[in-house]
Ligand binder design. Structure first.
Ligand code: FAD
Length: 210
């Protein structure tokens, strides 16, 4: 999987929002150490968390399974624009069928689990789907036999408060392994000077294969 940070709100917007409440703009160091400490104190420690909603992050996430997508979509305080299987399944139509032992080639289209019997079943599903598409069935009908491992991509936008919630829930070892990996990859894609805001939320997971 790949996560690219497309855009983010500078920290001084959150500190400006906080300083609005006290009208203490003159104390700002324009997103420097003083403002960073203020954001942590008010947004995290005082739990005046709505101030963190002024920080927004826009990511491009690719190479994740549709199984993961359906869990990601449960996070309502975020916005998604997802690659449409209705419009893009033709990508399978004009290529050779997949060999059951060529995991590398198949991994361009499916997320591999490392469990051979599961991964071979996904490749078979890919070949079945391809056969159906080649026979002339429309994407709208053929998509119903997509395996959950089929890869997708999306633009994902989220504010810092909701991202804290996402990272707490999804970097935990009780979450699905692939979403744990996504949570850690998203955290690493954040600007370094923003990562401290999420230090209480990100957890070390032992089961992920990063
Ligand atoms: C380990 C794990 C297992 C899971 N298993 C399942 C499962 O088996 N089946 C299943 O269906 N889901 C499952 N989920 C998904 C889970 O129930 C949540 O839908 C998902 O984690 C999104 O969390 P959220 O609601 O906090 O996030 P968001 O939807 O982003 O909401 C963020 C926060 O906003 C507030 N909020 C949002 N909407 C409302 C609302 N309508 N009313 C009040 N407050 C609101 C809440 O404080 C919420 O925490 C699982 C999640 C985890 C982490």
């Amino acid at each position: 999987m790949k996560v690219e940070l497309l855009h983010h709100t500078p920290l001084n917007i959150a500190s400006h929002a906080i300083r609005t409440c006290w009208q203490s703009f003159d104390n700002s160091d324009n997103g420097g150490e003083k403002d960073k400490e203020l954001i942590d104190r008010v947004g995290n420690k005082f739990k005046h968390s709505s101030t963190l909603e002024h920080l927004n992050y826009n990511f491009y996430i690719s190479g994740i399974s549709r199984a993961l997508l359906q869990e990601l979509a449960r996070h309502r305080m975020a916005n998604l624009s997802v690659k449409s299987s209705r419009y893009t399944l033709k990508e399978l139509k004009n290529i050779e069928p997949f060999m059951l032992d060529n995991f590398q080639r198949a991994s361009n289209f499916i997320t591999l689990t490392g469990v051979e019997i599961v991964d071979i079943a996904s490749i078979k599903a890919l070949n079945n789907l391809q056969e159906i598409l080649k026979s002339g069935v429309s994407n709208d009908k053929a998509k119903y036999c997509l395996p959950e491992s089929y890869k997708t991509e999306l633009t994902w936008s989220i504010n810092a408060r909701s991202l804290q919630n996402f990272l707490s829930l999804r970097s935990d070892k009780s979450a699905l392994w692939e979403i744990q990996e996504l949570a850690h990859t998203i955290y690493k894609a954040l600007p370094e000077e923003h990562q401290y805001i999420f230090k209480y939320n990100i957890k070390n997971s032992s089961s992920i294969h990063l």
